[in-house]
Design a protein around this ligand. Structure first.
Ligand SMILES: Cc1ncc(COP(=O)(O)O)c(C=O)c1O
Length: 610
């Protein structure tokens, strides 16, 4: 065997013993195969374990989510806020009901929904929230429950990966309507299987109807339902598995602690962080592989595979970026999820691992890190040479991981630093620098074009369809949406937030911490200034330019100013105070001459395409 290990180390291995097999065989022999007394027993045991009054067994986790939504009354025209960084079933269940999934980004450290962003995503159509306790780690429940209560929203917990996980000593699945999966790889399994948990008698009653053709008694149907029932032999296995769950979770946690302790010091690997007051049950042990590791996440996975260690990527494409969701019109840019999708790697952590397996995983990671470091050292003279050697066919990689598909066209003299992710169809011309920090990440979406002479720093995230002119500078911690135009010699300083379909023309200067919302037009040489009196060292305050505002050529906007939606700033203006929505201002200092009812431009204001 490769790597001197005794066998292939799989990502998952169901913990089945002879007793489990015997109990399933006995149930098969009993002649009751479909839903029967074992299902009722499993429901009661699982509800008691979770600390709720009712358990409703179904035949998989996806159906648990579907039934939970229907039982909560979710239907056409409703919005359900959820995370894009999950298995696709989480969002699909919302579509099954004719409702609309609304995605909010995740937290950088625990990969779960970013609770403050949840509050911002709520509209008058929002009826429910599906959180996911991803990888087995509970979400930030205090904050999520507060937001749901304040907005009268149903909380559904996708706990498909989190059997037995706890927040402040309380089991997940007991905060809202809980949905669990017993798929073969889960912390406990019934082969396929699912469970809904709730304290609500009404939700339980509806869920029981829906999972079985809406039937209240034989051939009497009260509502539209499905056949989502669990078999009695699956439930028999579930009962046995549930008895072992705490032990199995303890072994997972101990494996995770060993792995974390051994590999936490490896540069470029980030081990899972366990949030305060949380019991993490490590359905997955997922590390982040950043550029500082010296090889890409995918290269590391291939490296481990050669040593007979299987790994997983949960998940390589966030849901909002899946082809099917794109076809539905989803085109949001959710940078934290997108970055996580490029960096996460799940290592085996299941209870079937023994000490030798764990040591083999650790040693293989250390070997990979050492090899990457040696390769980098060996590459250093090559890098210098590459700058001189015109015959080089690769972009110059100062210290970079490259992540781009075959469809991207990156000129051979582009200088790369840190992790650089480039989308399909993107063209990067000569003399461009991408990234400025070895441990930074730069992401540029598909079908973009970066003209020669441009520099884009690390920790910048740009959506699809970016078009730059020549010599553009885009600095650190800036986020740019889709289909943005950045004209020649334009500078977008650090920490800016630029929405979708923004057009910045030649020589625009956007000062640090500025916000430019969707559809804004910035004419040539328009600038936002750093501080009113140009003092050196003053605190930087950006401007806020709201949706579809139009900023004329040569205009100057002082720090901290807000330009209202669809406002028009005449050419040459100096804007010294906030401009209301739709106002038209001219002069120095700018004064309002008109308030547009619609978005019509007046003479002297910049025209699109100027
Ligand atoms: C987070 C999450 N949600 C939903 C599901 C769907 O569960 P099932 O495969 O049992 O339908 C899964 C299973 O992989 C999951 O991991």
């Amino acid at each position: 065997m490769a790597g001197n290990n005794k066998r292939v180390i799989e990502m998952a291995s169901p913990s089945l013993d002879e007793h489990d097999i015997q109990v399933v065989a006995d149930t098969l022999r009993s002649g009751i195969l479909a839903q029967g007394p074992r299902v009722a027993e499993f429901e009661g045991a699982f509800a008691a374990y979770t600390g709720v009054k009712h358990g409703i067994a179904v035949s998989n986790g996806t159906e648990a989510l579907h039934v939970a939504l229907l039982a909560a009354g979710i239907g056409a025209g409703d919005e359900v806020v959820t995370t894009p960084f999950s298995f696709i079933a989480t969002a699909n269940a919302i579509l099954f009901c004719g409702a609309k999934p609304v995605f909010v980004d995740i937290d950088e450290t625990d990969f779960n929904m970013d609770a403050p962003l949840l509050a911002k995503a709520i509209t008058r159509r929002t009826k429910a929230v599906i959180i996911v306790h991803l990888y087995g780690q509970p979400c930030d429940m205090d904050e999520i429950i507060r937001i749901c209560r304040e907005n009268n929203l149903t909380l559904i917990e996708d706990a498909c990966q989190a059997h037995g996980a706890e927040y402040r000593g309380r089991k997940v699945g007991s905060f809202g309507i809980g949905c669990f999966s017993f798929y073969a790889t889960k912390n406990i399994t019934t082969g396929e299987g699912g469970m809904i948990t709730t304290d609500s008698a009404d939700v339980a009653r509806k869920a029981r109807l829906i999972r079985s053709h809406g039937q209240s008694e034989r051939y009497v149907h009260q509502t539209l339902g499905f056949n989502y029932r669990m078999t009695d032999f699956a439930a028999a296995l579930g009962i046995c598995q549930l008895k072992k769950l705490d032990d199995l979770n303890r072994k997972r946690a101990s494996n995770a602690a060993f792995l974390s302790g051994q590999i936490a010091g490896i540069r470029g690997l980030t081990v899972p962080a366990i949030g305060r007051d949380r019991k993490h049950v490590f359905h997955q042990f997922t590390v982040r592989v950043s550029a500082a590791f010296g090889m890409s996440r995918d290269e590391l996975a291939a490296n481990l595979k050669k040593k007979d260690i299987m790994t997983g990527i949960h998940y390589p494409i966030p849901i909002h970026r899946q082809p099917f969701y794109r076809d539905l019109g989803y085109d949001a840019h959710l940078p934290v999820s997108e970055r996580a999708a490029a960096e996460v790697l799940s290592l085996p952590v299941h209870p079937g691992l023994d000490d030798q397996d764990l040591r083999h995983i650790v040693q293989s990671l250390k070997d990979a890190a050492d090899n990457a470091r040696l390769d980098r050292q060996a590459d250093t003279p090559k890098t210098a040479a590459a700058e001189r050697a015109i015959e080089s066919t690769q972009p110059v990689q100062a210290s970079a991981s490259r992540f781009w598909p075959d469809g991207a066209d990156v000129s051979r003299d582009v200088v790369l630093r840190g992790q650089v992710n480039i989308g399909k169809g993107t063209v990067v011309e000569n003399n461009v620098t991408l990234g400025h920090r070895d441990d930074g990440v730069l992401t540029i979406g598909e079908n973009s074009r970066i003209r020669s002479g441009s520099i884009i720093y690390s920790d910048v995230s740009i959506g699809k369809g970016l078009k730059t002119g020549h010599n553009v500078l885009i600095r650190e911690d800036t986020q740019i949406g889709d289909n943005v135009l950045v004209g020649t010699n334009t500078v977008v300083d650090g920490h800016c937030r630029v929405g979708n379909s923004v057009a910045m023309q030649t020589n625009v200067y956007l000062t640090a911490y500025s916000t430019v919302e969707d559809g804004v037009f910035l004419g040539p040489c328009s600038v936002t200034t750093n501080d009113k009196y140009m003092e050196y060292g003053a605190k930087l305050t950006g401007a806020t330019i709201k949706k579809e505002a139009r900023i004329g050529a040569n205009s100057t906007i002082l720090p901290g100013i807000t330009i209202g939606e669809k406002a028009v700033i005449g050419s040459g203006c100096v804007v010294t105070k906030d401009v209301p929505d739709r106002a038209v201002v001219v002069g120095n200092p700018a004064r309002e001459i008109h308030r547009n009812a619609g978005a019509k431009a007046v003479s002297g204001s910049p025209e699109k395409g100027q």
